[in-house]
Design a binder for this molecule. Sequence first.
Ligand code: MG
Length: 235
Amino acid sequence: MRYVWGSASHQGMVRQNNEDSLYPDKSGESNGDVVLMVADGMGGHIAGEVASRLAINAAASSDLEPGDRVALANRAIREEVARQPDLEGMGTTLTLVELAPGGVARFGHVGDSRAYLFRNGELRQLTVDHTVAAEYVAMGQLSAAEADDHPQSHMLTRCLGLTRFVNVDEFDLELQPGDRILLCSDGLNSMVGPEGIGKALTEGTADEAAWKLVEVANKAGGHDNISVIVIDVAS
Ligand code: MG
């Protein structure tokens, strides 16, 4: 398989800083053995930026399984907090995908950034948000649409940087030529619904689609930082 990706990140229309981090942060292509990821940092001042950057750097520098990469990212943040105790409380989401030459995508995920599959014109969310509202949905107490408006929709139940150990979601996906994978921070999906995301993914190159998604989120208000990686799968 051949993979072509476009990366786009923007601070949005309201925030002064961009606490998201992307990897790779430039568009590119590969025949496989590549890892791509989105991290959404939190913690105020520069701490969120530090946390998401540390996570990305740690996860990119290893050759481990997806879940172990995420665990390594968690440890990198904890070690930095031990060195600089005033950074205590910083954290980040991390959603990553490793693409193998044979066409298997392997995901590791903690937090409320998301991975989607766009196949045959249909958008499917692959990850589960680790938020209070998503847990209500899983228990059948809220619909997915109600969860978006819930006051606790952004309250994370899991993230990196706060605890010594973290429970990582891991899963694999068999890819097909023509698939598009989307990784994004919540600054996209909190502003744009599934129809709007699917529409932006229908046209253009991976790079054009990534910037189109940023544009659509900003037109809807851009309340948060927006980071997007669109990956095209070709035979
Ligand atoms: Mg965010």
